[in-house]
Design a binder for this molecule. Structure first.
Ligand code: NAI
Length: 249
C-alpha cells in the first residue's frame, strides 16, 4: 500500500515506533527511522533487513530540539535525495508522579518531547513538502487515550497528549490546502517498554476495564498507521482514531 514512498518514523527504536517501521517496510515504503536512542534505532534497522530490501536508513534525533530536527531533515534529504511524504511522530516519554510531587523539570521534559517535538516535526515535514511542491503527504501523531480521559500520576503526559490532539486538528486545517493530511492515533494500553514501567496491580485493573479484555500489541497501532499513511484514507484529516480495544470509548 506504500510502495515507493519515503516514510519518516520518530521513536523508531522501540515499541510502537519499531512496529510501525516494520509494517511500513512490509508495505513497500522506504523507512527513515529516527530516535534519540542510537543503539535502539540501529537494532530496528537490522530487523528490517529480513523484511524487505528497501532503502531503510537509521538516523539519530532529539525531537525536542529544533536544531536536531533541522539536521535530521538535511540528513534525510542528503541520503535519499528526497523528502518524506509520510511522517509518524511516535517519540514520546513519561515522567509519572502525582501533581503535588511533580518537579518543574518533569513537566518541561514531557511537554518538550511529546508536544513541542510533535510541532517541530510536523512543521519541518510540511515545510519540506510545500517547498518542494510535492502533491501532498500524510502525518500521523501519536496521542493517547490519556489525552482524552486523563490519568492519575500523568498530569504532564495527559496535558501533552491532549495538546497533540488540539495541535493535530489545527495543523490539519492549515495544511489541507497543500493536500497534507494530519491525523492522530489514541492508543489505549499497548505492550511496550513504556507500559512495562506501570505497576503490575494498576495494569491488572486497567485490563479489567478493556472491553476487548486484553492489552494491545504494537502491531495494532502499526496497522492503523498503515491505513492513515496510505491513500485508502485519502479523505480523512484532523481525525482522532482510538485504537484501545474499546477502553474509554
Ligand atoms: P517506548 O518507550 O517503547 O518508545 C518511545 C521511543 O521514543 C524510544 O525509542 C525513545 O528512545 C524515543 N524517544 C524518547 N525521547 C525522544 C526524543 N527526545 N527524540 C527522539 N526519540 C525519543 O514507547 P511506546 O510505547 O512505543 O510509545 C510510542 C508512542 O505512543 C509515544 O508517543 C507514547 O506516548 C504513545 N503511546 C503509547 C502507549 C502505550 O501503551 N505503549 C499508549 C498511548 C500512547
Amino acid at each position: 500500500m506504500l510502495a515507493g514512498k519515503l516514510a519518516l518514523v520518530t521513536g523508531a527504536g522501540s515499541g510502537i515506533g519499531r512496529a510501525i517501521c516494520q509494517a511500513f517496510a512490509k508495505e513497500g515504503a522506504m523507512v527513515a527511522m529516527a530516535d534519540v536512542n542510537k543503539d535502539g534505532v540501529h537494532q530496528v534497522h537490522e530487523s528490517l533487513k529480513s523484511i524487505s530490501e528497501g532503502n531503510h536508513q537509521p538516523f539519530t534525533v532529539d525531537v525536542s530540539s529544533s536544531a536536531s530536527v533541522a539536521t535530521l531533515m538535511t540528513d534525510i534529504r542528503d541520503r535519499y535525495m528526497a523528502v518524506p511524504t509520510i511522517a509518524v511522530n511516535s517519540a514520546g516519554i513519561t515522567r509519572d508522579t502525582y501533581m503535588l510531587k511533580m518537579k518543574e523539570e518533569m513537566w518541561d521534559e514531557v511537554i518538550n518531547v511529546n508536544l513541542k517535538g510533535t510541532f517541530l516535526l510536523n512543521k519541518a515535514v510540511s515545510q519540506a513538502i510545500v517547498e518542494n511542491k510535492l502533491s501532498g503527504g500524510s502525518i500521523i501523531n501519536l496521542s493517547s487515550i490519556v489525552g482524552k480521559v486523563g490519568n492519575v500520576g500523568q498530569t504532564n503526559y495527559g496535558a501533552s497528549k491532549a495538546g497533540v490532539i488540539g495541535f493535530t486538528k489545527s495543523a490539519a486545517k492549515e495544511v489541507a490546502k497543500f493536500n497534507i493530511r494530519v491525523n492522530a492515533i489514541l492508543p489505549g494500553f499497548i505492550k511496550t517498554p513504556m507500559t512495562e514501567k506501570v505497576p503490575e496491580h494498576l495494569m491488572q485493573i486497567t485490563q479489567m476495564l478493556i472491553p476487548m479484555t486484553k492489552l494491545g500489541e504494537p502491531e495494532d497501532i502499526a496497522d492503523a498507521c498503515v491505513f492513515l499513511a496510505s491513500d485508502k484514507s485519502r479523505y480523512i484529516t484532523g481525525a482522532t482514531l482510538e485504537v484501545s480495544g474499546g477502553l474509554f470509548m
